[in-house]
Design a protein. Structure first.
Length: 583
């Protein structure tokens, strides 16, 4: 192959997040500062070239979205390039399904890599040749010991490792065994290729790390060509070098891997030549959310949720199905920023970002989730009026729509109380409220189920002089309710999704503790709701604000020609806005 060359304190966390949220014109983050210094010094010929290197062993999640926005965003800001490269070095866990989902998610977020789609498997031949070079240089050897013994011999950070009895094998013997490993002569696990570095190094990753293991497993791209596969650390830096990456940006857990990244490059890059550099930033940790791909896979595999795109999942596909927009996720990533220390970001900030975006773009509609029948006794039985309803007060260009109003309407059950507290401004016996875009009504009688005592109907009167928009509509009442006409309403399934976990940090449980213990048993409530008739034409993916309730989208998975399903994206109540105001 030709080659061309520690968590913050909670109050500080909220303070930092509020500052980022309220001050869009931010100073440079530390990676931008590095890049600008490199450009100033004409390093890498003034180039900026990043990459996003996902492993295709699961779907992308909100943490990956932050990394995607960072890598592609830096390339865009500095007129550079960003590659998409799949780290497909472990065929036992990788599937084409994951490859396709990752490509779809990144494009949905609004990023593109042009013709720069690569795979670590593209470089297997070159990596193999470089491995032969390490062996010839006396810097790699074949070890016959079981993985458990090798692991035990690594020692601890405070205790030096034990050198393998095969560490000083002759070069010719190592070459012969490695070639035979490649040719499939040995079973899985019998031998590995290790780098010969320093078994006494305080950095455990430098204690003769494994470069190759034997795996008689078909690869989704290379088929059965290989039965040895490189480890991530061996493939990572060398792939960066081949692709001429200038700034290899990783999450903080790879900081301790950086000396190994550099050592490997030292073996193949001549002094004075171009070479990539690795930089680390803090991964995204989100409250009430599991980010670990292993744990998310467990939830999918064991049926705790409805697949990777379940709207309760932090996966990008799950967020998309729930009604999150790419703009809201990009804005969230920008607000979170780039830090050097791990902390936990309040999920309320993510919800605030989508609420802020949907407020601008979503038309308002009427939907009654828990219907209570209201009969307006003095309204003509056969009369139907068309009320003018504003589609979006944030966008006048969306205009108005007509809503039918009739003698019988539905309101929300929780908008009525027989014996209300002092500050309850909704409907109660003898009280008046306005039905939005319609009339003021007064509750005259409460009808109950004789067997259960449940309120099943309200009998009200209306004031015909209080029609919204009329010259006589100035009468003031404290409560305004949403409603739908009973004879014109359509039925729809509405899914109220809530946070999947009740624990603030479900990713960080005590040793021996099962994170699934903290699953929220009330993370999904399914209702049959009454919706205004204009929604009969709603299509999968359409987004709306249900007046006084929240933001909803038409589900893309379960909606059919005969069944309309809505997912709640977020409620209207903005807890992050309250947090920000209190700081």
């Amino acid at each position: 192959m030709n080659i061309s060359i520690k968590k913050n304190k909670p109050n500080m966390q909220k303070e930092n997040q509020a500052e980022k949220s309220n001050n869009p014109a931010k100073s440079l983050n530390f990676i931008e500062a590095i890049i600008e210094e490199d450009l100033k010094n004409k390093k890498n010929d003034g180039r900026v070239h990043t990459r996003f290197p996902p492993e295709p062993n699961g779907y992308l999640h909100i943490g990956h979205a932050k990394s995607i926005c960072l890598n592609f965003g830096l390339a865009k800001k500095y007129n550079g390039l960003c590659n998409l490269r799949f780290d497909d070095t472990n065929p036992t866990k990788e599937e084409e399904e994951y490859v396709n989902s990752i490509i779809e998610d990144i494009r949905w977020l609004g990023f593109d890599w042009d013709n720069r789609l690569y795979y670590a498997s593209d470089y297997f031949d070159q990596l193999y040749e470089w491995s032969l070079k390490l062996i010839r240089d006396g810097k790699a050897y074949v070890d016959d010991q079981p993985s458990e013994v090798i692991s035990e011999q690594k020692g601890t950070p405070t205790r030096p490792g034990i050198k393998s009895p095969y560490r000083n094998r002759p070069v010719d013997e190592n070459l012969d065994l490695f070639v035979r490993m490649k040719n499939g002569e040995f079973p899985d696990g019998l031998r590995v290729l290790r780098a010969k570095i320093d078994m006494a190094s305080p950095n455990m990753h430098l204690r003769d790390p494994i470069l190759y293991r034997i795996m008689h497993t078909s690869h989704h791209r290379t088929g059965d060509k290989w039965c040895i596969y490189p480890m991530y650390d061996w493939a990572h830096g060398q792939s960066d070098y081949i692709e001429r990456i200038t700034h290899s940006i990783c999450t903080l857990e790879f900081e301790i891997h950086r000396p190994l990244y550099d050592w490997f490059l030292d073996q193949i890059v001549k002094e004075g030549e171009y070479r990539p550099r690795q930089y680390e930033f803090a991964r995204l940790n989100l409250s009430f959310t599991v980010i670990s791909k292993r744990k998310l896979l467990e939830l999918v595999r064991d049926g705790y949720i409805d697949g990777w795109d379940d709207p309760r999942m932090p996966s990008i596909s799950g967020l998309r199905r729930r009604g999150y927009t790419p703009e809201s996720i990009r804005n969230f990533a920008n607000r979170v920023g780039v830090a050097k220390r791990d902390n936990v970001i309040d999920v309320a900030l993510l919800e605030h970002s989508v609420r802020e975006d949907l407020n601008k773009r979503s038309n308002r509609v009427m939907a009654v989730l828990r219907p209570l029948k209201v009969t307006i006794t003095n309204y003509p039985d056969d009369q139907v009026e068309e009320m003018d309803a504003i589609n979006n007060p944030e966008d006048e260009s969306q205009g108005k729509r007509k809503m039918p109003f009739s003698r019988v309407v539905y309101i929300e059950k929780n908008d009525f109380m027989e014996d209300p507290p002092k500050k309850f401004f909704r409907l109660a016996p003898g009280r008046e409220v306005r039905l939005k875009f319609a009339y003021i009504i007064k509750c005259e009688e409460v009808v109950k189920d004789p067997s259960t005592g449940e309120v099943i109907e309200l009998k009200c009167t209306y004031d015909p002089e209080t029609k919204s928009g009329s010259s006589h509509s100035n009468k003031k009442v404290k409560g305004t309710l949403h409603w739908v006409s009973a004879n014109h309403a359509i039925d729809a399934e509405v899914r109220l999704y809530d946070r999947l976990f009740v624990k603030n940090t479900p990713d960080n449980v005590e040793e021996g503790e099962d994170f699934k213990t903290y699953l929220n048993p009330d993370s999904l409530e399914v209702l049959t709701a009454k919706l205004e008739p204009s929604l009969k034409n709603a299509r999968p993916g359409d987004m709306f604000q249900f007046e006084r309730i929240g933001y909803f989208c038409v589900d893309t998975k379960h909606t059919t020609e005969n069944k309309l399903v809505f997912n709640r994206t977020v409620p209207l109540r903005d807890t992050w806005a309250k947090i920000s105001k209190s700081l």
